[in-house]
Design a protein around this ligand. Structure first.
Ligand SMILES: Nc1ncnc2c1ncn2[C@@H]1O[C@H](COP(=O)(O)OP(=O)(O)OP(=O)(O)O)[C@@H](O)[C@H]1O
Length: 344
């Protein structure tokens, strides 16, 4: 029998997850590690398999191959242990629209075997926490999209799970409701809850996640903090401005690789945004006694990363992008000592 080696600090640990629906292969060997008390975001384009990963890790479906443990419980051997440790939002999407928010929460509390007294206390607490006290007595069918997501999350939290899975928690919400949901999620994390979320919104991953993994073509093609991922794609540049046209022309001679954006008196050079590359550029200008009046650094955003990794029309192209990224990460490793296996 194969033994799963669970890192004690891992809330979620998975290796080699595979899943196919008929002949359609969805996951082709996915590895995931989420330390306790952190937020992990699984990013991927439509149909990349994010929900499939969540459903496997929350025991709703089984993987064809691979091993995983959640809160130290092996998914195959102790599915009940996994279920009692986790909360999964989205699973109550079919809650009774005719019942009020409070009634739905009470129902869930009783299903969780809370006493009437304890259920009432917990429900009141959650209604308050999710700013639903006013709407508590109204039927769920009258709730807005944002309110439904909040009641869904509140229902998930009735049992005080240590680990929660949020499958696209803010898809379809307006910006205000999205920000309200982010505040709630941050509050949960502050109380020590581990969050595994899937999202198509790069900003959401950037805002909330300690680590981000990009799923594409059935594999995790890159993983790291938002800052680490941004370093992986080209597109970073230094922008220099000068006092007058004469200085600009002299600077151009000293930095022949720089380009001058149209209709501007500035120069731009490719850069990883690191201190060393900035210092090198300034030293070269200094050699000609030239000082820029302004210096700014543009680092790529997660959109650039996502597009570079998943935007290619064919999977083959995507894989080669990941490989290129991988070599970039290796070259860069002196600057990124904690960039373990960043791009795969
Ligand atoms: N029960 C199923 N039977 C057959 N195919 C399925 C089933 N569930 C999912 N799929 C297919 O597996 C692929 C991955 O689906 P999944 O829902 O995991 O992707 P996703 O990344 O969550 O997508 P989205 O962002 O659109 O929700 C899709 O092509 C989907 O059509």
């Amino acid at each position: 029998m194969v033994t799963v080696h669970t890192t004690p600090s891992s809330a979620i640990h998975a290796t080699g997850l595979r899943k196919a629906y008929g002949k359609k292969s969805v996951l082709e060997g996915v590895d995931i590690d989420v330390p306790y008390g952190t937020v992990f975001a699984l990013l991927g384009p439509n149909g990349s398999g994010k929900t499939t990963v969540v459903h496997i890790l929350s025991t709703l479906i089984s993987a064809d191959a691979g091993h995983a443990s959640v809160d130290g419980n092996d998914l195959r051997r102790n599915a009940d242990g996994v279920r009692s440790a986790i909360g999964l939002t989205g699973q109550f999407a079919a809650v009774d629209g005719l019942l009020t928010g409070e009634e739905n929460l009470m129902l869930m509390a009783r299903l969780r075997h809370l006493s009437t007294r304890e259920a009432k206390r917990r429900v009141a607490e959650l209604l308050d926490q999710f700013e639903l006290t006013e709407a508590a007595k109204k039927p769920l069918s009258t709730y807005s999209g944002g309110m439904r997501r909040r009641i869904d999350l509140a229902m998930t939290l009735i049992g005080d799970p240590r680990i929660i899975f949020l499958d696209e928690p803010t898809t379809g919400l307006d910006p205000r409701s999205r920000h309200a949901m982010w505040t709630i999620i941050r509050g949960l994390v502050a109380r020590g809850v581990t969050v595994f979320l899937t999202t198509q919104y790069l900003e959401e991953a950037d805002q909330l996640a300690d680590r981000i993994a990009v799923l594409d073509g059935g594999r995790i093609v890159a993983e790291g903090t938002a800052a680490e991922l941004k370093k992986l794609v080209p597109g970073g540049r230094i922008r220099l401005e000068f006092a007058d046209a004469t200085t600009l022309a002299s600077a151009e001679t000293l930095l022949p690789e720089a380009r001058r954006p149209e209709e501007s008196d500035a120069l731009e050079l490719p850069s990883d945004g690191g201190i060393d590359s900035i210092r090198t550029v300034l030293d070269r200008l200094d050699a000609g006694a030239i000082e820029p009046t302004a210096l700014s650094i543009h680092t790529p955003d997660l959109d650039d990363v996502f597009f570079a990794l998943t935007g290619a029309p064919a999977t083959g192209t995507t894989n080669s992008a990941a490989t290129t990224t991988n070599s970039a990460a290796t070259t860069d490793s002196a600057d990124n000592t904690d960039l373990e296996g960043t791009a795969r």
